[in-house]
Ligand binder design. Structure first.
Ligand code: NAD
Ligand code: UGA
Length: 460
């Protein structure tokens, strides 16, 4: 069997590397139109930081795992084709700001139709609106050579960045949606046989196509909703003297609620939560379900509120002005153990602080300066000259904090928990403030050192 994965990104790369690792009998080729990305996958410096990924790629590469820009040649020889391309929120046109941009999915699908000379099983791996598979099927049927047939499956990915390899090796479930036809079932069995190399059969769940597509959006919406729920409670905690960690812990002990995804924070980031909820909002609006749309939209509104609330608190605690003050930002990635910065809360906070003319000194163990510049200037609308004047990037937390009025913890990197805060305190302006946007620091110890400490969801 040969597998082709179209899209060598955060999902296609790790997912298919794990398939190659677990299925030595299958040839897996991951293709992309981005030459630079493919070159990086073929180098000693792979393009994604993800614990455990490098080891797997280095072990399988050149054996049964290949990275290539030969999209057409790889489609031609594949039996199973994963479509794992990006589906960002549309920036213009109908549904701008909400709907998913399906241009990349459609381009990949048209390419498969044009190239295929034999039966192919096309697997929707990208996160897409409900019934996208139907459009893909129509495109395939209308554009293929006579006699060439296709099956379409939906196989959404549930990995989280930073734990992708663990999630892929031990998934809670693998979901396969298929059409209720003989051929649809055969296709589902073919894909099941791939995952069955390492995933227990009872964890491979099969459903109808549309249920599978909607489940992906629903799962992300529910996870994000829990974070917005606890973040909304964090505002109440600050106003009342309750402690959000205690509330989350005690609520989570109820087995019906459970302890996960109840960590209050400066707001969720990442490429998918916001995008997928907005997608669900758009779907609801399109189906004339305004109350449903409004319900889910509130999850995003609460997340924006949380970021703004935290940024405003920083300014307030620094005597209502941060102009020309130095603020150390600890962490730029949207969560720990990844170099991914998409929709990171750090971007919103820094944009806010720059508008107040603060000096920003950033440290992140995995995000290069070029990426920060891209996110803030190219994508984030910060003036290039303003960035040059007010933003510096440092190679350690100690260097970033030197001479600062405040340290703001934005990403929950483990190393921030064990820094020598006495050393940091000595080199900061006084009063020295620490704002813990992740609730990870031993704030009582920091208080003893002399810091003024502020965090989300607690009045200290
Ligand atoms: P990404 O942007 O990292 O990767 C997508 C890749 O597809 C890019 O490298 C791009 O060059 C390539 N591509 C686009 N069109 C192509 C074409 N026609 N032919 C060949 N290559 C093409 O995106 P990602 O984070 O891997 O996400 C991919 C999909 O998976 C999205 O729909 C996303 O919602 C979903 N998803 C992402 C995650 C995650 O953790 N990032 C988790 C689950 C699901
Ligand atoms: C999320 C989902 O967890 C995955 O199941 C899904 O496959 C993926 O989106 C996707 O579709 O892209 P990811 O965004 O990589 O994964 O990472 P998460 O661990 O979900 O964290 C998302 C954001 O929420 C991060 O900024 C994180 O710091 C924040 N978060 C998470 C909290 O603020 N509190 C929590 O309790 C958990």
């Amino acid at each position: 069997m040969a597998i082709c994965c179209i899209g060598a990104g955060y999902v296609g790369g790790p997912t298919c590397a794990v398939i190659a690792h677990k299925c030595p009998d299958i040839k897996v080729t991951i293709v992309d139109i981005n030459q630079q990305r493919i070159d990086a996958w073929n180098s000693q410096n792979i393009p994604i930081y993800e614990p455990g990924l490098e080891e797997i790629v280095f072990a399988q590469r050149g054996k049964n795992l290949f990275f290539s820009t030969d999209v057409d040649g790889t489609i031609l020889e594949a039996d199973l084709i994963f479509v794992s391309v990006n589906t960002p929120t549309k920036k213009g046109g109908i549904g701008a700001g909400f709907a998913a941009d399906l241009a990349y999915v459609e381009a990949a699908t048209r390419n498969i139709a044009k190239i295929a000379k034999s039966h192919k099983i096309v697997i929707e791996k990208s996160t897409v609106p409900c019934r996208t598979a139907e459009s893909m099927r129509k495109i395939l049927d209308a554009n293929s050579r006579p006699g060439v047939t296709f099956d379409i499956l939906s196989n959404p990915e549930f990995l989280a960045e930073g734990t992708a390899i663990k999630d892929l090796l031990h998934p809670d479930r693998v979901l396969i949606g298929h059409l209720d036809t003989e051929s649809g079932k055969r296709a589902q069995e073919a894909l099941t046989s791939v995952y069955a190399h390492w995933v227990p059969k009872e964890r491979i769940v099969t459903t109808r196509l549309w249920s599978s597509e909607l489940t992906k959006l629903a799962a992300n919406a529910m996870l994000a909703q829990r974070i917005s729920s606890i973040n909304s409670l964090s505002a109440i905690c600050e106003a009342t003297g309750a402690d959000v960690d205690e509330v989350a812990y005690a609520c989570g002990l109820d087995s019906r609620i459970g302890p996960k995804f109840l960590k209050a924070s400066v707001g969720f980031g990442g490429s998918c939560f916001q995008k997928d909820i907005l997608n669900l909002v758009y779907l609801s609006q399109s189906l004339h379900l305004p109350e449903v749309a409004e319900y889910w939209n509130q999850v995003v509104i609460m997340n924006e509120y949380q970021k703004r609330r935290f940024a405003e608190q920083v300014v307030r605690e620094l005597f209502n002005t941060i102009t020309n003050k130095k603020i150390a930002i600890f962490g730029f990635a949207f969560k720990k153990d990844t170099g991914d910065t998409r929709e990171s809360a750090a971007i919103t906070l820094i944009q806010y602080f720059l508008k107040e003319n603060a000096n920003i000194r950033v440290y992140d163990p995995k995000v290069p300066e070029s990426q920060m510049r891209y996110d803030l200037v190219v994508d984030g609308g910060v003036d290039q000259a303003h960035y040059n004047k007010f933003v510096t990037v440092h190679d350690s937390a100690y260097a970033a904090a030197e001479g600062c009025d405040a340290v703001v913890v934005v990403t929950e990197w483990d190393e921030f928990k064990t820094l020598d805060y006495t050393k940091i305190y000595e080199k900061m302006n006084k009063p020295a403030c620490v704002f813990d946007g992740r609730l990870i620091l031993p704030l009582n110890k920091l208080k003893d050192i002399g810091f003024k400490t502020i965090c989300i969801g607690k009045s200290l």
